[in-house]
Design a protein. Structure first.
Length: 462
């Protein structure tokens, strides 16, 4: 028997029909198993994957309709063709309504059987292909939204894949604008819960008096103004994922109730008494330094340990400056397509400006800067003057940060080039900014092969 051949399970209590079907299908290269009742059929389905089940409706003890219902419930990807007599066509039609692929009436011909089984296998193949494409698209919408190739972002991608393979609680820590929600999307999109809901709530955006009701829901009459039952975010996320952003903004009293819901996997609506079981995976996020939040009493220590099963720390953009050009072009293409304008690139001078700014607002600030530049630009290549003033102001005293993975010599080379750019090529002023003697900057420029011309430009990042 070919292990790669499509598998067909024949279920019929008449031995002659059962054997005829088995022989007929096997000659077409199919892997065929034949049993005489529904109990045996279920046992076979438990043991191995089956593509198509060909089942008589009038089976002893457990009927063909009951077998169909069980297959649709436990093996929804398996196609079912039912066999019936002329007197039971109404039952066969009912079977189609309950999820059967089709029916065939006795007496049937080999051509009828082979045609129906072939169609059912083709449908199964198309459904499998659709599922694979949906999974690939889900992953694309998840981790691939994390644009960049720097070492810090590669580590984050690896942690996302690890977290996605588990059902453990995840705590994401990172400054505002680093992409915490994108990471939550990616974890859910690649997890086994991806077909379930992803429910999101920003704890800082909901008034404290309403936060408990938002999380757990309430019954009608639970408080003034509660004129109807409300289903909370926990119940909305059942069988899926609940993402709670800025979790440290939740009042400590409510954190205690939240902790109990995590531990017991059940909640109580406000004004309700019976506990409601929930199957929810929690992803929490905060821009606070976690230890400081605990010391300040803004995050219960026991809740921290319950959330911190998998800790995922997002690097600020200043620690992954290698990704700035990639991110800038990603956002440029995004907003140029939206605006329908002719912007296609970024000049070298503008890119050097982007690389010389520390981005306190992280990726979100960079995205906003590029969006603004694209909207305002009347040229094909973005120039420094299209960038926001705080980004291209060259008269401030900011010392641009450099990628953290560089060697000391590479950092020195980049720092000299950036100092020359900030001073317009004035080597004495550049040396003063760097805290070295004027003659030293000439020596270092010769050693590193740094040349300067009237166009402000920085040395290439190694």
């Amino acid at each position: 028997m070919n292990a790669k051949a499509p598998r067909v399970l024949v279920v019929d209590d008449e031995g002659i029909i059962r054997d005829a079907l088995r022989e007929m299908l096997a000659t077409e290269g199919l892997a065929v198993q034949a049993v005489e009742n529904a109990i045996q059929a279920l046992a076979e389905l438990e043991k191995q994957e089956v593509d198509v089940v060909l089942a008589d409706l009038t089976l002893p003890r457990v009927s063909g309709l009951e077998l169909l219902d069980r297959i649709r419930q436990s093996w929804p990807q398996t196609e079912v063709i039912v066999i019936t007599g002329q007197a039971s066509i109404a039952t066969a039609v009912d079977a189609i309504k309950r999820g059967a692929y089709h029916y065939v009436t006795k007496p049937f011909t080999a051509d009828e059987i082979l045609h129906l089984v072939g169609q059912a296998l083709e449908r199964r193949r198309l459904v499998d292909r659709k599922d694979r494409l949906e999974e690939e698209l889900s992953q694309h919408r998840g981790v691939h939204q994390l644009v960049g190739q720097s070492e810090p972002i590669r580590r984050v991608r690896g942690l996302i894949q690890t977290a996605a393979g588990s059902d453990a609680t995840v705590l994401i820590q990172g400054e505002s604008g680093t992409g915490k929600e994108i990471v939550a999307n990616a974890i859910h999109a690649q997890s086994k819960r991806r077909r379930g809901p992803l429910v999101k709530m920003n704890c800082a955006a909901v008034p404290e008096t309403l936060l408990e009701s938002e999380l757990f829901g309430h019954e009608k009459g639970a408080f003034t103004g509660a004129d109807r039952r409300r289903i909370g975010r926990f119940e909305q996320a059942d069988s899926g994922t609940l993402f709670l952003d800025e979790v440290c903004e939740m009042h400590p009293r409510l954190q205690a109730k939240f902790l109990r819901a995590l531990q017991e996997r059940e909640i109580e609506r406000l004004g309700g008494s019976p506990p409601i079981p929930v199957d929810v995976r929690i992803i929490a996020a905060t821009n606070r330094v976690l230890q400081q939040a605990i010391e300040a009493g803004d995050l219960r220590e026991d809740l921290y340990y319950r959330l911190n099963v998998i800790l995922l720390q997002l690097p600020p953009l200043r620690e992954r400056m290698d990704d700035v050009p990639i991110l800038a072009m990603h956002f440029l293409r995004k907003y140029a397509a939206r605006e329908g304008n002719r912007v296609t690139g970024i000049t070298e001078e503008a890119m050097n400006v982007l690389l010389g700014y520390p981005w306190p607002g992280n990726v979100r600030e960079l995205e906003n800067a590029i969006e603004r530049a694209v909207v305002l630009a009347q040229v094909e290549q973005l120039r420094p003057q299209e960038l926001p003033p705080q980004v291209h102001d060259r008269n401030d005293d900011r010392r641009p940060l450099v990628p953290a993975h560089l060697t000391l010599e590479e950092i020195e080379k980049l720092a000299i080039a950036q100092a020359l750019r900030l001073t317009g090529g004035n080597k004495s002023e550049a040396a003063e900014r760097l805290g070295i003697h004027r003659t030293s900057i000439y020596d270092k420029m010769r050693r590193y092969g740094i040349e300067w011309n009237p166009r402000p430009e920085a040395a290439e990042t190694p």
